[in-house]
Write a protein that binds this ligand. Structure first.
Ligand code: SF4
Length: 706
């Protein structure tokens, strides 16, 4: 266990999911740490889930990377940072700025993200910085930008409690955003008139509070919401005034939505006419509707179209930005939203500005006084690792993420990293599946040791505060990046000495866009000092200068971010069902379990968390299991053209026939052949670049030892 900073209580934020719960960490006289929910934090009001409650069990130093290492030997910071700066500079000099890349993470704090983005896009001059958030919510970003002209989440968590109908599509809220689920469940318990519809091929724990569960066919979402739009028009439930005043493109979207006749709609969605009718009538007749969507929508080759099909229905009814109404994208990671704010995606700039817009590039270049700002988007995650594989990228810096486990086609990603001429990994652990291939490893601060901000799914910015002394020589990621920036010759731009300075710069650049104008000094926090940063309470952006924080909603009265201030309806076509494939007849979906996080580097330390589900498994329907001669707890081999896993059979009627579910967390450290992303093909959505980690064609056989 790291040393406590001092004996006291510290308000900080949970490092796991995008709900962004406030926690209070208490350090006792004996150095022990206890964690409780922060009753004053507006995301959770004191609640915690199993993962948040077990945070104190994951703070030991087992496996920690405590010193910089070069080629596996201990090195000093100066030697390691000099080498990183030298090898990146050398690659840029010999092969150009696009020969280097950063692959970062929604686990980074906003301050880390800001400096990484500034260094790569502003000073190295390449767009090649992308993030593991690409794997989780980039289709929502792309959908928002197409419809709204900006990546803006219109609503707040409170809307789920105020709604009369909450539609959860592609979201196992009970396990993936547990405290938000608790808020919804308790609102439903106190208001029996509230209805919940769960749309998911599996009957998950979330379905337990559902009035209606629609076991949709894989990738049937666009057809389902296109059918809904068509129904809303024919039933007279659209808001013509809102459509006329605040949108464009409705006729084209309606024409595309009406393309499927009813038999085709039932085939595409896998739902009966009665199920469709019941859902459509409920949506039609309920004014206060919130539609939440998450990875089941985003992680698809048509994820962006699915998002826009949902947004179309809310725009058509004007049910957006008012209490209890609106589409709501749920972010997976603690700071997926913060990364979006500072341009952590290869196609974004900073402060939600767009790398492809000349006036945005000019503005950021002026603000940063950057010598050669990137002029085009960089490589998105899947393409980035392809470029590593084919030798275009010669120096790669991976921060706070484990792509050898989490990327699709994970075996190929591992081979690419192994073959890359220069790989730097910044992490808290010495031995991850990715770190073992690094030429240089840099010890980062863990949760409880680092200091900065994160933004949750409802745009709420909260402080993460340190309450433990950094072990060994671990240092903050933003500091590592700034040091390399200075050593690459950009000392003036990377002179930050604290996360507060970085936050103030980010806030100053963010400002608040009004009528297309963006000033550098109109954010309330642009001049924040160390004391103000220390005390910063959770608040929702935007907060313009001179205003108090407010629970702001967007777009009830239009005011979208396209130049004409209107929203775009997007005409989207339903995808055709994947043709039958005798060699790979099952559809595999991947996802989370309740008590583990990502690749288990932290939650794997807690015996309590591991006791919920102790090993990787495949959920399989009883009839499928019977056909394959598989009994409960048998080992099962699941294969795709890209790889295989061997996992334990869990036979359950919660799973739809013909579908399988395998959790994403286990890697080869925790279970031999347990790394499910080895099966996932490197197929991506054409607009967002997000990989399709759902609807993977596989076969399953009872495992036979050779
Ligand atoms: Fe942490 Fe998410 Fe659980 Fe809240 S719901 S305690 S943020 S894991």
């Amino acid at each position: 266990m790291p040393e406590p900073v001092q004996e006291k209580s510290t308000k900080t934020t949970c490092p796991y999911c995008g709900v962004g719960c406030g926690v209070i960490a208490r350090v006792g006289n004996d150095g022990s740490v206890s964690i409780t929910g922060d009753p004053e934090h507006p995301a959770n009001f004191g609640r915690l889930c199993s993962k948040g409650s077990a945070l104190a069990e994951t703070l030991d130093l087992d496996g920690r990377l405590l010193y910089p290492e070069i080629g596996g030997r201990r090195a000093g910071w100066d030697e390691a940072l000099d080498l990183v700066a030298e090898r990146f500079s050398q690659s840029i000099a010999e092969h150009g700025p696009d020969s280097v890349a950063f692959y970062v993470s929604g686990q980074l704090l906003t301050e880390d993200y800001y400096i990484a983005n500034k260094l790569m896009k502003g000073f190295i001059g390449s767009g090649n910085i992308d993030t593991n958030s690409r794997l989780c919510m980039s289709s929502s970003v792309a959908g928002h930008r197409r419809a709204f002209g900006s990546d803006t989440v219109p609503g707040t968590y409170e809307d789920l409690e105020l709604a009369d109908l909450v539609v959860l599509t592609g979201s196992n809220l009970a396990w993936c955003h547990p405290v938000l689920y608790q808020r919804l469940a308790s609102a439903k318990a106190s208001r029996p008139e509230m209805k919940v519809v769960v749309i998911d091929p599996r009957r998950t724990m979330t379905s337990d509070i559902a009035d209606m569960h629609l076991a949709i066919a894989p990738d049937g979402d666009t057809a389902l919401f296109n059918g809904l739009l068509s129904h809303l028009v024919t039933s007279g439930a659209i808001d013509q005034n809102y459509i006329s005043a605040h949108t464009r493109g409705f006729p084209e979207a309606f024409a595309a939505a009406s393309a499927l006749d009813l038999p085709a709609l039932t085939r595409a969605t896998g739902l009966t006419l009665a199920e469709l009718g019941d859902f459509y009538r409920l949506f039609e007749t309920t004014e206060k509707v919130v539609t939440c969507y998450s990875q089941g929508v985003n992680q698809s080759a048509s994820g962006t179209d699915k998002v826009n099909a949902i947004l179309n229905c809310h725009l058509a009814t004007g049910r957006i930005g008012r209490p209890g109404m609106g589409p709501f994208s749920l972010t997976g990671q603690p700071n997926a939203m913060g990364g979006r704010e500072v341009g952590g995606l290869a196609n974004m700039l900073a402060a939600h500005m767009d790398l492809e817009k000349q006036h945005h590039r000019d503005l950021v270049q002026r603000f940063w006084n950057a010598p050669g700002l990137a002029t085009k988007p960089g490589l998105k995650a899947v393409d980035m690792f392809r470029a590593v594989a084919d030798g275009r990228i010669k120096a790669l810096w991976i921060m706070a993420t484990n792509p050898v486990v989490s990327m699709p086609d994970a075996d190929a990603v591992e081979a690419a990293i192994k073959a890359c001429p220069f790989v730097v990994v910044s992490d808290v652990l010495r031995e991850t599946d990715t770190a073992r291939h690094a030429h240089v490893t840099l010890p980062s601060l863990g949760w409880g040791e680092k200091s900065g901000t994160v933004t949750n799914s409802e745009r709420r910015i909260s402080r993460q505060r340190a309450f433990l002394v950094a072990p060994g020589e671990a240092r903050a990621d933003w500091w590592q990046l700034a040091e390399v920036g200075r050593r690459m010759g950009f000392a003036e731009a990377f002179g930050h000495t604290s996360p507060a300075e970085v936050f103030a710069e980010h806030a100053a650049l963010s400002g608040f866009e009004n009528d297309g104008r963006r000033d550098f000094d109109i954010s309330a926090h642009a001049a924040i000092d160390e004391a103000g940063y220390d005390d910063l309470p959770p608040f929702q952006w935007p907060q313009p200068k001179g205003t108090a924080p407010e629970e702001r909603r967007f777009f009830a009265e239009g005011g979208f971010y396209h130049p004409d201030r209107r929203a775009n309806f997007i005409a989207v076509e339903a995808v055709k069902a994947r043709p039958a494939n005798d060699a790979f007849p099952f559809t595999l979906n991947t996802g989370r379990v309740r008590d583990h996080w990502h690749t288990m580097t932290r939650t794997g330390k807690s015996a309590r968390l591991s006791s919920h589900l102790a090993e990787p498994f495949v959920e399989i329907h009883p009839r499928d299991a019977q056909k394959l001669g598989i009994a409960d707890a048998d080992l099962v081999t699941i294969e795709s053209p890209y790889g295989l896993v061997v996992v334990r059979a869990l036979i359950t009627e919660r799973q739809a026939e013909g579908n399988l579910f395998v959790p994403m967390h286990w890697n080869n450290q925790f279970a031999a052949k347990g790394r499910v992303d080895a099966l996932v093909p490197p197929v991506t959505d054409p607009f967002s670049g997000q990989p399709a980690s759902k609807n993977v064609a596989v076969r399953a056989t009872r495992f036979a030892a050779k």
